[in-house]
Ligand binder design. Structure first.
Ligand SMILES: *Cc1c(COP(=O)(O)O)cnc(C)c1O
Length: 454
């Protein structure tokens, strides 16, 4: 039996600033456009649903942005999160690779999401907001924001994709335990929801639809704002606390990664682990291979188009240039609710266009097999989303065995799977299917992309 190898830092090492990659990009990402005029938007266009402090972060090009004291104080509950070396997995694979993982499942909600939820709740409270609406897929984001709302005394309304609402009653119970209200989406509460239900009374919902409902509600009331759990620049910014500390911990281990791997739904946990390293490389530091891993059933980076698109189904959001499958695309049912979004963070998309990251996709059965192999060696049962990263890590470690090169692999274990046991039960019972998405539906969704003059 190998010993446990764990790198911990004292609370005093929680970063005082987040890292903003916009400061180091060789070219800035394309501007965000107004959905009506197709002209670049200004801060006022977003003020109905976001506090000015977050809008300022969204467009900032300053490299370091201060983490407010009260946010750092809450981070202390679970940060700095530990970094482990996966010694037992290395042995099981018989690989010379050195595998390290940053573990974000230690937060109260069980994933990386509270890193930004706490910050967003803080800035909204500071702006006098008393209610926040949001969407959630698998329920990870909804529970992170519900937790943060409870801390700051903010009412939280969560529109939860109906299929997840029905499949995942425990995530819903967690949100309600924190005091949030959880509504299956599409719902009768909004125009966007009613319109979808009129066309398709059995709609299983999608993140795009749930976002429309949450944004519509936030735009209606002055005391209400909207919060998004991924995709936006300020969300990715907040997640850099993951990578900033992982860098210090890798220093403690006296290694530098050759390969960094993260799963991508909207891109935030991936950005969290990778952006500080990409920044170092852009400032003349060492080269690192960086791999984003997504589900083959929702292949945004590997099969999507890099184009301007809406963030939601009802087209209430601004237009952003990103890798997209089309805002009306509904992925087939598979067990990684957090990876079912039609688009990808504009910053992550831009980095792929610049050749600074690569991407790959896996099917769900092979992904669960990897997660179970990881759990049997390391004891932590990953969230189904994280299993995508684990699959890529195991493949890379096996390549190291074949070519005899002891590469150092770092990945983000972005959450635990304790609320996802139904998915694991389905996997063990042989009930999981590798469903391909509907090619015709994808073509239709892509054909419906807004046309924007170049
Ligand atoms: C939400 C979530 C994801 C997907 O979102 P990203 O913004 O791509 O990180 C992945 N893993 C877990 C555990 C999540 O909760």
């Amino acid at each position: 039996m190998s010993e446990t190898v764990k790198y911990v830092l004292p609370e005093s090492e929680i970063p005082k600033t987040w890292y903003n990659i916009a400061a180091d990009l060789p070219t800035p990402p394309p501007p965000v456009l107004h959905p009506g005029t197709h002209q670049p938007i200004g801060p006022d266009d977003l003020a109905a649903i976001f506090p000015m402090s977050l809008i300022a972060q969204e467009v900032s090009t300053e490299r370091e942005i201060e983490i407010p004291g009260p946010v750092r104080e809450i981070y202390r509950q679970w940060r700095p999160a530990p970094l482990f070396r996966a010694r037992r997995l290395e042995h099981a694979l018989g690989t010379p690779a050195r595998i390290f993982y940053k573990y974000e499942g230690v937060s109260p909600a069980g994933s990386h999401k509270p890193n930004t939820a706490v910050a967003q709740a803080f800035y909204n409270k500071d702006a006098g907001i008393s209610r926040i609406t949001t969407e959630t897929g698998a329920g990870q984001w909804g529970s992170a924001l519900a937790f943060s709302g409870a801390l700051f005394g903010i009412e939280i309304d969560v529109y939860m994709v109906r299929v997840s609402f029905e499949q995942k009653p425990y995530r819903r119970a967690l949100m309600e335990s924190y005091g949030a209200r959880c509504v299956p989406s599409p719902s009768e509460e909004t125009e966007a929801g009613r319109e979808i239900l009129a066309r398709d009374p059995d709609s299983r919902g999608s993140l795009g639809i749930a976002i429309s409902e949450a944004v519509e509600q936030a735009a209606k009331r002055a005391d209400t704002n909207y919060a998004l759990g991924s995709v936006l620049n300020h969300v990715l910014l907040h997640q850099t606390v993951i990578g900033l500390v992982a860098m210090r911990q890798m220093d403690m281990a006296d290694v530098y990664p050759d390969v960094i791997i993260g799963c991508t739904g909207g891109g935030s946990n991936f950005a969290g682990i990778a952006f500080p390293y990409i920044g170092e490389k852009l400032r003349g530091g060492r080269d690192v291979r960086i791999i984003a891993v997504e589900p083959a059933a929702c292949p945004t980076l590997t099969r999507g188009r890099y184009a301007y698109d809406f963030g939601d189904t009802a087209h209430l959001t601004p237009l952003v240039k990103m890798h997209t499958l089309g805002s009306t695309f509904v992925p087939p049912g598979f067990h990684s609710g957090g990876l079912r979004y039609h688009g990808m963070a504009p910053l992550v998309s831009h980095l792929q266009e610049l050749g600074l990251i690569t991407s790959t996709a896996f099917k769900q059965i092979e992904v669960f097999a990897a997660g179970v192999q990881f759990a049997r060696a390391e004891g932590i049962l990953p969230a189904p989303e994280a299993n995508h990263a684990v699959k890529a890590v195991i493949d890379e470690a096996i390549r190291c065995r074949v070519d005899g090169v002891p590469r150092t692999i770092l990945f983000n274990l972005c959450g635990h799977g304790h609320f996802d046991m139904q998915a694991y039960m389905d996997y063990f019972a042989g009930r999981l299917e590798d469903r391909a998405y509907d090619e015709a539906e994808l073509a239709m969704a892509l054909a419906g992309l807004p046309s924007i003059a170049a």
